[in-house]
Design a protein around this ligand. Structure first.
Ligand code: HEM
Length: 164
Protein backbone atom coordinates (compact mmCIF):
# COMPACT_ATOMS: atom_id res chain seq x y z
CA UNK A 1 0.00 0.00 0.00
CA UNK A 2 2.87 2.30 0.75
CA UNK A 3 3.97 2.64 -2.86
CA UNK A 4 0.51 3.65 -4.12
CA UNK A 5 -0.07 6.15 -1.35
CA UNK A 6 3.33 7.60 -1.88
CA UNK A 7 2.63 8.00 -5.60
CA UNK A 8 -0.60 9.81 -4.90
CA UNK A 9 1.11 12.00 -2.37
CA UNK A 10 3.85 12.94 -4.81
CA UNK A 11 1.32 13.67 -7.54
CA UNK A 12 -0.74 15.90 -5.30
CA UNK A 13 2.37 17.59 -4.04
CA UNK A 14 3.51 18.22 -7.57
CA UNK A 15 0.16 19.63 -8.64
CA UNK A 16 0.07 21.97 -5.66
CA UNK A 17 3.60 23.12 -6.42
CA UNK A 18 2.90 23.60 -10.11
CA UNK A 19 -0.28 25.54 -9.33
CA UNK A 20 1.66 27.81 -7.00
CA UNK A 21 4.39 28.35 -9.53
CA UNK A 22 2.09 28.90 -12.50
CA UNK A 23 -0.82 30.48 -10.66
CA UNK A 24 0.00 34.04 -11.57
CA UNK A 25 0.55 33.33 -15.23
CA UNK A 26 -2.61 31.24 -15.45
CA UNK A 27 -4.64 34.14 -14.03
CA UNK A 28 -3.12 36.63 -16.47
CA UNK A 29 -3.69 34.31 -19.42
CA UNK A 30 -7.36 33.79 -18.54
CA UNK A 31 -8.17 37.52 -18.26
CA UNK A 32 -10.21 38.46 -21.31
CA UNK A 33 -9.01 41.10 -23.73
CA UNK A 34 -11.96 43.16 -22.49
CA UNK A 35 -10.60 43.06 -18.93
CA UNK A 36 -7.05 43.73 -20.04
CA UNK A 37 -8.22 46.84 -21.89
CA UNK A 38 -9.92 48.08 -18.74
CA UNK A 39 -13.48 46.77 -18.79
CA UNK A 40 -16.78 48.51 -19.43
CA UNK A 41 -15.97 52.09 -18.48
CA UNK A 42 -12.86 52.11 -20.63
CA UNK A 43 -14.57 50.45 -23.59
CA UNK A 44 -17.46 52.89 -23.42
CA UNK A 45 -15.04 55.82 -23.36
CA UNK A 46 -13.27 54.39 -26.43
CA UNK A 47 -16.61 54.03 -28.26
CA UNK A 48 -17.61 57.61 -27.39
CA UNK A 49 -14.25 59.06 -28.43
CA UNK A 50 -14.37 57.01 -31.60
CA UNK A 51 -17.76 58.40 -32.64
CA UNK A 52 -16.58 61.96 -31.98
CA UNK A 53 -13.39 61.40 -34.00
CA UNK A 54 -15.28 59.79 -36.90
CA UNK A 55 -17.82 62.60 -37.01
CA UNK A 56 -14.98 65.13 -37.24
CA UNK A 57 -13.22 63.16 -40.00
CA UNK A 58 -14.06 64.66 -43.39
CA UNK A 59 -12.87 61.51 -45.16
CA UNK A 60 -15.83 59.51 -43.83
CA UNK A 61 -18.21 61.61 -41.72
CA UNK A 62 -20.63 62.17 -44.64
CA UNK A 63 -21.61 58.49 -44.46
CA UNK A 64 -23.10 59.16 -41.00
CA UNK A 65 -25.38 61.99 -42.18
CA UNK A 66 -28.57 59.96 -41.59
CA UNK A 67 -27.30 58.03 -38.57
CA UNK A 68 -28.52 58.12 -34.98
CA UNK A 69 -25.01 58.53 -33.58
CA UNK A 70 -26.01 57.79 -29.99
CA UNK A 71 -27.37 54.44 -31.05
CA UNK A 72 -24.28 53.84 -33.21
CA UNK A 73 -22.00 54.48 -30.19
CA UNK A 74 -24.00 52.01 -28.10
CA UNK A 75 -23.90 49.33 -30.80
CA UNK A 76 -20.20 49.84 -31.37
CA UNK A 77 -19.61 49.52 -27.63
CA UNK A 78 -21.60 46.28 -27.55
CA UNK A 79 -19.71 44.93 -30.52
CA UNK A 80 -16.27 45.77 -29.09
CA UNK A 81 -17.30 44.37 -25.71
CA UNK A 82 -18.63 41.15 -27.22
CA UNK A 83 -15.66 40.64 -29.56
CA UNK A 84 -13.16 41.04 -26.73
CA UNK A 85 -15.13 38.51 -24.65
CA UNK A 86 -16.74 40.99 -22.30
CA UNK A 87 -20.18 40.37 -20.75
CA UNK A 88 -22.23 41.91 -23.57
CA UNK A 89 -24.59 40.85 -26.32
CA UNK A 90 -24.33 42.69 -29.64
CA UNK A 91 -27.89 43.77 -30.52
CA UNK A 92 -27.17 45.44 -33.87
CA UNK A 93 -27.42 44.23 -37.43
CA UNK A 94 -24.72 42.18 -39.11
CA UNK A 95 -21.90 44.09 -40.84
CA UNK A 96 -22.93 43.23 -44.40
CA UNK A 97 -26.51 44.45 -43.92
CA UNK A 98 -25.70 47.57 -41.93
CA UNK A 99 -23.09 48.80 -44.43
CA UNK A 100 -24.73 47.59 -47.64
CA UNK A 101 -25.96 50.98 -48.87
CA UNK A 102 -22.92 53.01 -47.87
CA UNK A 103 -20.59 52.32 -50.83
CA UNK A 104 -17.57 52.02 -48.58
CA UNK A 105 -14.12 51.91 -50.18
CA UNK A 106 -10.90 50.42 -48.84
CA UNK A 107 -9.61 53.97 -48.28
CA UNK A 108 -12.66 54.75 -46.13
CA UNK A 109 -12.21 51.53 -44.21
CA UNK A 110 -8.58 52.44 -43.52
CA UNK A 111 -9.63 55.93 -42.40
CA UNK A 112 -12.06 54.44 -39.90
CA UNK A 113 -9.37 52.06 -38.63
CA UNK A 114 -7.04 55.04 -38.06
CA UNK A 115 -9.81 56.77 -36.13
CA UNK A 116 -10.21 53.74 -33.90
CA UNK A 117 -6.48 53.71 -33.16
CA UNK A 118 -6.79 57.41 -32.24
CA UNK A 119 -9.69 56.67 -29.89
CA UNK A 120 -7.69 53.92 -28.16
CA UNK A 121 -4.71 56.28 -27.88
CA UNK A 122 -6.91 58.95 -26.35
CA UNK A 123 -7.91 56.46 -23.64
CA UNK A 124 -4.30 55.29 -23.15
CA UNK A 125 -5.00 51.71 -24.17
CA UNK A 126 -1.63 50.04 -24.81
CA UNK A 127 -0.73 49.63 -28.48
CA UNK A 128 -0.33 45.84 -28.27
CA UNK A 129 -3.95 45.56 -26.97
CA UNK A 130 -5.20 47.93 -29.69
CA UNK A 131 -3.69 45.59 -32.26
CA UNK A 132 -5.38 42.59 -30.73
CA UNK A 133 -8.74 44.32 -31.22
CA UNK A 134 -7.82 45.26 -34.79
CA UNK A 135 -7.02 41.64 -35.58
CA UNK A 136 -10.56 40.74 -34.48
CA UNK A 137 -12.07 43.49 -36.66
CA UNK A 138 -9.98 42.84 -39.78
CA UNK A 139 -12.11 39.95 -41.15
CA UNK A 140 -15.12 42.31 -41.28
CA UNK A 141 -13.49 44.27 -44.09
CA UNK A 142 -14.78 41.86 -46.72
CA UNK A 143 -18.37 42.39 -45.53
CA UNK A 144 -18.09 46.17 -45.22
CA UNK A 145 -16.07 47.29 -48.27
CA UNK A 146 -18.01 47.35 -51.51
CA UNK A 147 -15.86 49.37 -53.86
CA UNK A 148 -12.29 48.94 -55.00
CA UNK A 149 -9.84 46.08 -55.28
CA UNK A 150 -10.36 42.96 -53.21
CA UNK A 151 -9.93 43.18 -49.47
CA UNK A 152 -6.40 43.45 -48.25
CA UNK A 153 -5.12 43.20 -44.71
CA UNK A 154 -5.11 46.93 -44.11
CA UNK A 155 -5.72 46.55 -40.40
CA UNK A 156 -3.00 43.92 -40.22
CA UNK A 157 -0.61 46.39 -41.81
CA UNK A 158 -0.34 48.29 -38.55
CA UNK A 159 0.11 45.23 -36.41
CA UNK A 160 3.91 45.44 -36.38
CA UNK A 161 5.26 48.08 -33.99
CA UNK A 162 5.95 51.49 -35.54
CA UNK A 163 9.60 52.16 -36.46
CA UNK A 164 11.50 54.21 -33.86
C1 HEM B 1 -14.27 47.12 -38.81
C2 HEM B 1 -14.87 48.22 -39.18
C3 HEM B 1 -16.26 48.60 -38.75
C4 HEM B 1 -16.98 48.22 -37.67
C5 HEM B 1 -16.57 47.29 -36.54
C6 HEM B 1 -18.26 48.89 -37.75
C7 HEM B 1 -19.27 48.74 -36.83
C8 HEM B 1 -20.54 49.23 -37.00
C9 HEM B 1 -21.67 48.94 -36.18
C10 HEM B 1 -21.63 48.04 -34.93
C11 HEM B 1 -22.74 49.57 -36.68
C12 HEM B 1 -24.19 49.54 -36.16
C13 HEM B 1 -24.97 48.49 -36.92
C14 HEM B 1 -26.46 48.74 -36.84
O1 HEM B 1 -26.88 49.89 -37.12
O2 HEM B 1 -27.22 47.79 -36.55
C15 HEM B 1 -22.28 50.31 -37.83
C16 HEM B 1 -23.06 51.13 -38.60
C17 HEM B 1 -22.55 52.07 -39.44
N1 HEM B 1 -21.27 52.11 -39.94
FE1 HEM B 1 -19.80 50.84 -39.45
N2 HEM B 1 -18.29 49.67 -38.88
C18 HEM B 1 -17.09 49.52 -39.51
C19 HEM B 1 -16.72 50.15 -40.69
C20 HEM B 1 -17.36 51.24 -41.21
C21 HEM B 1 -16.84 52.12 -42.23
C22 HEM B 1 -15.50 51.95 -42.91
C23 HEM B 1 -17.77 53.11 -42.41
C24 HEM B 1 -17.73 54.29 -43.34
C25 HEM B 1 -16.64 54.91 -43.64
C26 HEM B 1 -18.88 52.84 -41.53
C27 HEM B 1 -20.02 53.58 -41.44
C28 HEM B 1 -21.15 53.19 -40.75
C29 HEM B 1 -22.40 53.93 -40.78
C30 HEM B 1 -22.68 55.22 -41.54
C31 HEM B 1 -23.28 53.21 -39.96
C32 HEM B 1 -24.75 53.56 -39.65
C33 HEM B 1 -25.65 52.98 -40.68
C34 HEM B 1 -27.08 53.43 -40.43
O3 HEM B 1 -27.30 54.47 -39.80
O4 HEM B 1 -27.99 52.73 -40.91
N3 HEM B 1 -18.60 51.70 -40.82
N4 HEM B 1 -20.95 50.09 -38.02
Amino acid sequence: MGAIDMGAWIRHGFIAWAALLLGQDATAASATLYDQIGGGAKMRAVAEDFTAIVLADDRINFTFAQTDTKKFTQLLFEQLCNLTRGPCQYTGRDMRTSHAKLNITNAMFNALAEDLYLAFDREHVPYRLQNRVMVLLAPMQRDIVKIGPGPRASLGAKVSPPPQ
